[in-house]
Design a protein around this ligand. Sequence first.
Ligand SMILES: Nc1ncnc2c1ncn2[C@@H]1O[C@H](COP(=O)(O)OP(=O)(O)OP(=O)(O)O)[C@@H](O)[C@H]1O
Ligand SMILES: [Mg+2]
Length: 225
Amino acid sequence: MLKLENLKKYYQMGETVVRALDGIDLSIGAGDFVAIMGASGSGKSTLMNILGCLDTPTGGDYILNGNNVNGLDDNQLAAIRNKHLGFVFQSFNLLPRMTAQKNVALPLMYSGNGYEIMEERAARMLDMVGLKERMCHRPAQMSGGERQRVAIARALVNDPGVLLADEPTGNLDSVTTHEIMEIFTRLNRDGQTIIMVTHENEVAAYARRVIQLRDGKIIKDHETN
Ligand SMILES: Nc1ncnc2c1ncn2[C@@H]1O[C@H](COP(=O)(O)OP(=O)(O)OP(=O)(O)O)[C@@H](O)[C@H]1O
Ligand SMILES: [Mg+2]
């Protein structure tokens, strides 16, 4: 489904070069559930941003669904993001003035569907993450775990091939963390490909596969039980 070949991301910082990603080779298949781990500064977010087409590499290739992403312009990358990729962030990134339902419907604005169809699809996604009763709540009227569930519903509303999550439980307590990971596990059992970054072994244990980064390189890539 996606493939990285000798991928590099370098930053020139005055006299020195920061090798945020330094020759990554990686294949992730449909239905995989991958946790990316590693110390602070090891390149996790840089890798996620490139996988999510939010950033472009300095070198190497990124092939997504058979298409080389390198060389695409910003509009083409935006189209790929909208169609193939869903994002969940540590800080939820919901729009505060909008209800849960409106937040979830947002990515459908460019789908060409009518208002009612969008609202109905958003409602179905919220039901899927157990928030049927919270559709008309605004983010400030919800708990952290509920906000993250809204963000998951929003990420999946376009039915993306890959769900990308950068520390999705980083702002949540341990009970809520497990609730969110149960949702990820269920989605993955239903076939959703998931790639997430986490610092916590307990969170990574939910994944099928764990990749360890150090200094922009993969030092370990193994299946979990
Ligand atoms: N825009 C930038 N300009 C220069 N250096 C950068 C930039 N973004 C990231 N870096 C550097 O690249 C390296 C990898 O950063 P990255 O954010 O990917 O780390 P991370 O593994 O996500 O860390 P954390 O666990 O703290 O989130 C770090 O050394 C960082 O300082
Ligand atoms: Mg990071």
